[in-house]
Design a binder for this molecule. Structure first.
Ligand SMILES: C[S@@+](CC[C@H](N)C(=O)[O-])C[C@H]1O[C@@H](n2cnc3c(N)ncnc32)[C@H](O)[C@@H]1O
Length: 812
């Protein structure tokens, strides 16, 4: 047994293939000589070179024997190998072994016949430009991020099963000599075998090219290598030729310059990845799609049909603070946006837009000044602060609990409270109100994550964080702090921050609930049995909006879906809802025989019904429907997706605003609160003599018409005073409010319970306050909920002009 472990290993590997030691020895010796003892070539692919060399050696010997025999018998007539076999040549077990070892490849590849004649891989003498392969790039699967030149970063989606540089050499014919792959060697090289030496210069590049494969090659193995996906240093800029003509330009001097990558800061670097060899370029395609924005999508394809997509994002020089966001964070942001902006399965879904969004998210996450806070929790331990606190401090001693999106975070004794980037410290923080300043980039900070980075705390320049010493905070302030971060306490899909630039008022104390909850007596029948075939689309699948004939769920709205593919309420429907609010007298009103509202007042004589507007409903698909959760006819039930913020207004208390531009007809939020019977509400309101400022219940009377005489438990309303969602902060605006409330049927066709959803009535700019018309009759002094002095600022304000027109005394 050989003492050199590498030699021993080679013998073992051959033995496993059924090759006897005596056959291995001479060939291995030759190979070592040929490759100047470069074991890497020999060991690659489980000693494939060695095995092939042995097989070929064996074949050559058999051929030689056959030919000499033939020569002896009939020196004039040459005999082919096949003929020799037919004539009962001795069996060649190694040949069989080899075919098995090589699988289909050697049999089906065009050049399989070369194998027998090419036992060893002989480098050619002429100089060859080799693409230098970077292992990292080769290993990167699916998606990676590569900095490129001119401040572009590319997100690459790669569908290359693996890189096989030596196979590229097989196809282009002139690089075969550099490959240890026997299949790539031309027959004409046979005469050169064993007599050539691999020059040292060439082996330098070769080493990095050799990628041991786990399975044998097949003809299906991609021909192109990484360079296919490499964007030439100038291609992005010059794009012109690339865009018009999908072939890749050769460099002027014909050489293969390495990729020069320029960081946003202008520093150049090379990733060492060369562009395509000229042969490969001829056969490969690269096309660039640019939509006029800073993003570029490049698609490269090889002659064998493999495709690589590369997305380049331009990072403008104004964003020198760019840092690489995590791919997970990018993907998450894209997905959130998809859910919000796209309807999956939507015929208008655009991959280009998706890719562009990916770029935008990439840049957004990468350039947020403190986007590390993306991954930050806003409560962070600081041992140095802990040390300065007396342990007897009640707050410190007890620990402080902060609700975080994914549960309860126990900040415990050593806490400092760190504000998210929505807040900015303008003066030394002596109290919470100093801290609550809005941040212009608040909209970008719409997620809270849990991992904390100490460096944020240590960075005095980090404008997004405010540190308040815990011992300065009262429990109320602690609650405040927790609310300003996200008033939804992580219960919505987006963070809803709160800011107060006006005064020192704390937000009202209430429980945030993202969905309606029954207080006590309200009767809500959600039984599936009550949903008939006319009220669901059990046979649908995917997206109902894409159906040529709308399904049963569109019956409610005259056979047409209300939502557009973009998830907006269609103009016509929206306008009708707005008109109903603005001119109720022009729309159908229902007068109850015995009005539950009047009845709930518990007076001796029940007053006659003052009328209820018969409203138009949106009906969304639901659980009994067969469509997917992403169906375009499910908007309200997916919850809030827009970036909203609660803020202190001038004169109206807290209000709600949008942090992003909203198109007309966009769903903003639902009015969520406790579901009460009208009797319960009346009771609640009358017991609160002072009248609760924040209480503004809405009546769910949009369809009392079909219910005959309603029982108390069926005449429902919503009160968000104690339990509610962000809608409880929406202020009233007379007549021209930018939102309208629309009843939405989701779970039950019984319209005494439904959802009340707010949609924009016009385009709303980021930072604009969101308002709706409560429908208040400011003259109705008898109403249990006292009207406020309206400060809506509308030129149509009813509180100023006191028009004679009297809307329903009910506040919806
Ligand atoms: C549903 S709450 C809205 C949120 C409230 N501003 C707060 O601070 O919680 C309704 C209350 O807000 C105030 N409000 C709403 N719209 C108003 C307006 N146009 N003018 C003055 N006050 C208004 C009234 O006090 C009203 O009772």
């Amino acid at each position: 047994m050989p003492t050199n472990p590498r030699v021993a290993k080679a013998f073992r590997a051959m033995r496993d293939l059924g090759i006897a030691e005596d056959k291995v020895k001479p060939v291995l010796k030759n190979l070592l000589k040929l490759y100047e003892k470069n074991w890497d070539y020999i060991e690659a692919e489980n000693y494939r070179v060695l095995a092939d060399a042995i097989f070929d050696n064996e074949e050559a010997m058999v051929n030689q024997a056959a030919q000499s025999k033939k020569k002896l018998e009939s020196p004039q007539e040459p005999v082919t190998e096949e003929e020799a076999q037919e004539q009962g040549e001795p069996a060649r077990p190694l040949k069989r072994l080899r075919l098995k070892y090589q699988g289909q490849a050697s049999e089906s590849c065009n050049n399989s016949n070369r194998l027998a004649a090419t036992p060893l891989i002989i480098p050619k003498d002429e100089p060859v430009e080799l693409p230098e392969v970077h292992p990292q790039r080769q290993l990167r699967s699916m998606v990676g991020s590569t900095p490129t030149h001119n401040g572009h970063r590319s997100i690459e989606s790669q569908h290359l099963s693996r890189t096989v540089p030596h196979q590229m050499s097989l196809r282009n014919g002139r690089m075969g000599a550099l490959s240890p792959q026997p299949a790539s060697v031309d027959k004409r090289l046979e005469s050169e075998r064993l007599s050539h030496k691999v020059s040292k210069e060439k082996t330098v590049g070769v080493q990095s090219l050799v990628q041991p494969k786990e399975e044998p090659f097949t003809c299906d193995t991609p021909v192109f290598d990484l360079p296919l996906a490499v964007i030439h240093p100038e291609t992005s800029n010059r794009g012109d030729s690339l865009r018009e003509n999908s072939s890749i330009e050769e460099p002027h001097d014909g050489s293969e310059p390495p990729l020069i990558l320029e960081h946003p800061g202008g520093k150049s670097m090379s990733d060492g990845i060369p562009s395509l060899s000229s042969e490969t370029r001829v056969n490969s395609q690269l096309s660039t799609v640019a939509d006029g924005s800073s993003s570029q999508l490049q698609v490269a394809s090889s002659p064998l049909g493999e495709v690589k997509i590369s997305l380049s994002c331009k990072i403008s020089p104004e964003r020198p603070d760019f840092h690489m966001p995590s791919l997970d964070a990018v993907v998450k942001l894209v997905e959130d946006r998809c859910l919000r902006s796209y309807k999956f399965l939507d015929p208008n879904f655009s991959v280009m837009k998706l890719m562009k969004d990916m770029c935008d998210c990439f840049l957004e996450l990468g350039t947020e000044s403190c986007s590390e806070s993306e991954g930050n929790m806003q409560v962070s331990p600081r041992n140095d602060v802990l040390e300065s606190f007396p342990s007897g401090d009640p707050l410190v001693g007890d620990g402080v609990h902060f609700h975080m999106p994914d549960g309860l975070y126990n900040a415990q004794s050593e806490t400092e409270v760190v504000f998210p980037k929505t807040l900015q410290l303008s003066t030394p923080c002596t109290g919470i109100h100093d801290c609550a300043q809005p941040h212009q980039e608040a909209s970008q900070c719409n997620r809270i994550h849990e991992d904390t980075e100490q460096k944020d705390l240590d960075d005095p320049n980090c404008r997004s964080l405010v540190v308040c010493r815990q011992h300065e905070l009262t429990p109320d302030q602690i609650r405040y702090l927790h609310d300003v971060i996200d008033i939804s306490k992580g219960q919505e899909r987006v963070v809803i921050s709160l800011v107060n630039e006006i005064n020192s008022e704390c937000p009202p104390s209430f429980h945030y609930i993202p969905q309606n909850a029954v207080f006590q007596n309200a009767y809500m029948n959600f039984s599936l049995a009550r949903i008939g075939d006319n009220n669901c689309c059990s046979t649908c699948c995917g997206d109902c909006l894409s159906l040529s004939t709308p399904c049963a769920c569109a019956h409610e709205t005259d056979g047409e879906f209300v939502y557009t593919a973009e998830g907006l309420v269609k103009e016509e429907f929206l306008n009708e809802c707005v008109s109903m609010n603005r001119k109720p007298e022009k729309h159908c009103q229902y007068f109850c025989k015995e009005c539950p509202l009047e009845r709930s007042k518990n007076e001796d004589v029940i007053e006659p019904c003052k009328g209820h507007l018969v409203r138009k409903f949106i009906k969304e698909c639901w659980w009994k429907c067969g469509c997917s959760k992403q169906c375009g006819n499910r908007v309200v039930q997916r919850g809030i997706t827009r970036n909203l913020q609660v803020f202190m207004t001038e004169g109206k208390g807290w209000g709600l605003r949008t942090l992003e531009d909203l198109p007309k007809g966009a769903f903003v939020c639902e009015y969520v609160g406790e579901v009460l019977t009208n009797a319960e509400l009346f009771d609640r309101v009358s017991r609160n003599a002072k009248g609760e400022v924040h209480s503004y219940p809405v009546l769910l009377d949009a369809d009392w018409v079909c219910e005959g005489v309603l029982k108390d438990e069926e005449a429902l309303c919503l009160d968000a005073t104690h339990y509610g969602n962000v809608a409880r902060f929406i202020n009233h605006r007379c007549f021209d409010s930018n939102m309208v409330e629309i009843p939405v049927e989701v779970e039950t066709p019984d319209h005494h319970y439904y959802h009340l959803a707010f949609f924009t009535t016009k385009k709303v700019k980021a930072m604009e306050e969101l308002t709706w018309d409560y429908g208040i009759d400011f003259d109705d002094v008898d109403h249990p909920v006292k009207a406020f002095h309206c400060q809506c600022g509308s030129k149509y304000c009813r509180n100023i002009r006191r028009p004679s027109r009297s809307r329903s005394s009910l506040r919806r």
